[in-house]
Design a protein around this ligand. Structure first.
Ligand SMILES: [Zn+2]
Length: 288
């Protein structure tokens, strides 16, 4: 990223330009270090600018949710850059939290993220049953929806933030999205479509930080015996290790029968029952 484009990006800020320009002017850091901090503060302010929030209106919780989703390698500079910036903001406006509290919370978050660096642990069938039961019993439908999307379809944060009424066909139960510049369509299974039917607010577009927050909430809501909490990696590893792959579309689905169908081929004199994902099976039957 060159300097000119950064300057341009600063001029595009509607709510936070004056704070950022003031901060840059007041800083006594050497240019390289300041540049480094700018690479953190600018995207941060761009994010909250989109949310139509002035820097002094941003809440501590929102900063922490945002911080969770970022590359963790730059933890230390990240903390110092945000801290520095908010110390500056307090010199020109009132903010809703103490900067010491921000410092402490970011340090705690760093520790928490380090803990998450534990190895992935697969979810056993009993674990998945428990997760679903707990989320249903406590009526955490947003968490349930998020879990199902991650677990059943392996949707990523980049993909799930595209979810919303513009990208969902109720009629076909199909979620349309772009993944690594390819257009994709997945047909959502009944347990998810019913959830959407009952809670239409699931169709309101939400950012990745919201879904990332939901994932954290799943971790803290459902207690499993063998781990302190469920983390993203656990779901990912479960999908990789336990989920069968459809030989026709190469998609992975859970190892429960409702995602699969048996197909017999007329020409197969041995009359084997071949296993395909439901979607492929439907398409194959249509073309027969
Ligand atoms: Zn398939």
């Amino acid at each position: 990223m060159n300097k000119r484009s950064r300057e341009y990006r600063i001029t595009q800020l509607v709510h936070n330009r004056k704070y950022l320009e003031g901060y840059l002017k007041s800083s006594e850091d050497d240019p390289d270090y300041l540049d480094n901090k700018l690479s953190i503060v600018l995207p941060f302010l761009e994010y909250f600018d989109k949310e139509k929030l002035d820097a002094n209106k941003i809440q501590l919780d929102q900063i922490l949710i945002y911080s969770r989703t970022l590359n963790r390698k730059k933890d230390e500079t990240f903390r110092l850059a945000l801290l520095d910036f908010f110390v500056y903001v307090t010199t020109v406006a009132r903010i809703s939290f103490e900067t010491e509290k921000l410092d402490l919370s970011l340090k705690e978050l760093q520790q928490e993220l380090r803990d998450e660096k534990r190895d992935a642990q697969v979810l056993q069938v009993e674990d998945v049953i428990k997760i679903r039961n707990v989320l249903t019993a406590k009526e955490h439908y947003k968490l349930k929806f998020t879990f199902e999307m991650f677990y059943v379809y392996g949707i990523t944060l980049d993909e799930i933030e595209q979810f919303g009424s513009d990208h969902y066909s109720k009629h076909e139960s199909v979620f349309m999205f772009t993944s690594k510049s390819k257009r994709k369509r997945i047909r959502l299974d009944e347990s998810i479509t019913e959830l959407i039917e009952v809670h239409p607010d699931l169709l309101e577009a939400k950012g990745r930080t919201t879904y990332s927050g939901y994932m954290q909430d799943i971790g803290s809501t459902v207690k499993l015996q063998d781990r302190d909490k469920i983390i993203w990696k656990d779901i990912d590893r479960t999908r990789k290790e336990y989920f069968p792959t459809c030989s026709r579309c190469k998609q992975k689905y859970p190892n429960s029968a409702e995602f699969w169908a048996l197909i017999e081929f007329e020409e197969d004199t041995h009359k084997k029952h071949w296993i395909y994902c439901k979607d492929c099976a439907d398409e194959m039957r249509e073309t027969v």
